[in-house]
Design a protein around this ligand. Structure first.
Ligand code: HEM
Length: 214
């Protein structure tokens, strides 16, 4: 769960950074999209490096989901049935932490978002705002519609919560949570990474919606 999660966070940071090229204009953004496909040439065939990244991503997503189901089922068995531990902190008396809620349901929201996102911006199957051949035009057409921006905003908030707890949890699993100082640092890092990813991803949609990028 931790290792695949960190690979996915690395991808998110790189993807978010790449998306900011939208502020450099149509030519720079389309050139960047083209460059992703030419990466590694002539050593690798055209789109070779991109396919390696895609395979690593797919394996990471599947591994991450497998680990999530596995952990959920172990926790379920360990409780000896369907009931969660009794907790006096909760109004219902049933333990449900903010982290377990945002990680599990956030994960489902993110999965649904990625399918919608691929249909929209990668496979070009749905075209809110009008069809376009170039990636820049697809992005700009889509984010002129407030409901599309709203859908992306909800998904990015889910991503932010997921990354916040995920960063903390992954680094704890890998042994970084060794003292109260380390815990404080982990917390700062987790909030910083989650904030960066959420704000960085949301800048292009809102800049387009409000007409700063057209
Ligand atoms: C507002 C936020 C986002 C924007 C504007 C955005 C934009 C884009 C664009 C333009 C592409 C197509 C690139 C191309 O074909 O050249 C793309 C692909 C992709 N995006 Fe995003 N993205 C966003 C958020 C996310 C998030 C949060 C995730 C993951 C949870 C994600 C995962 C992907 C994946 C997996 C691809 C396909 C890469 C490939 O195989 O070619 N994106 N995105």
């Amino acid at each position: 769960m931790a290792v695949t999660g960190l690979i996915l966070i690395g991808y998110l940071l790189a993807h978010m950074y790449g998306n900011l090229k939208i502020f450099a204009g149509a030519e720079a953004f389309n050139e960047y999209a083209h460059h992703l496909r030419a990466l590694g040439e002539p050593l690798l065939p055209h789109t070779g490096a991109l396919w390696i990244i895609r395979v690593v991503l797919l394996i990471s997503v599947l591994g991450h989901m497998y680990a999530a189901f596995n952990l959920w089922s172990r926790a379920h068995k360990a409780r000896g049935g369907t009931r969660r531990y009794y907790s006096h902190k909760s109004r219902t008396g049933v333990q449900r932490t903010y982290a377990s809620f945002t990680l599990r349901w956030g994960g489902v929201v993110i999965l649904l978002f990625v399918i919608y996102h691929l249909l929209h911006l990668t496979w070009n199957i749905i075209h809110p705002g009008g069809a376009a051949a170039e990636p820049y035009d697809r992005v700009v057409n889509g984010f002129q519609i407030w409901s599309v921006v709203l859908a992306y905003t909800i998904a990015m908030i889910a991503v932010g919560f997921h990354v916040r707890h995920g960063t903390w949890s992954a680094l704890t699993t890998l042994g970084a949570n060794t003292s109260s100082l380390a815990r404080r640092r982990l917390n700062v890092l987790a909030y910083a990474v989650a904030g960066l990813v959420t704000v960085g991803f949301l800048l292009p949609p809102f800049a387009i919606l409000f007409g700063f990028v057209s």
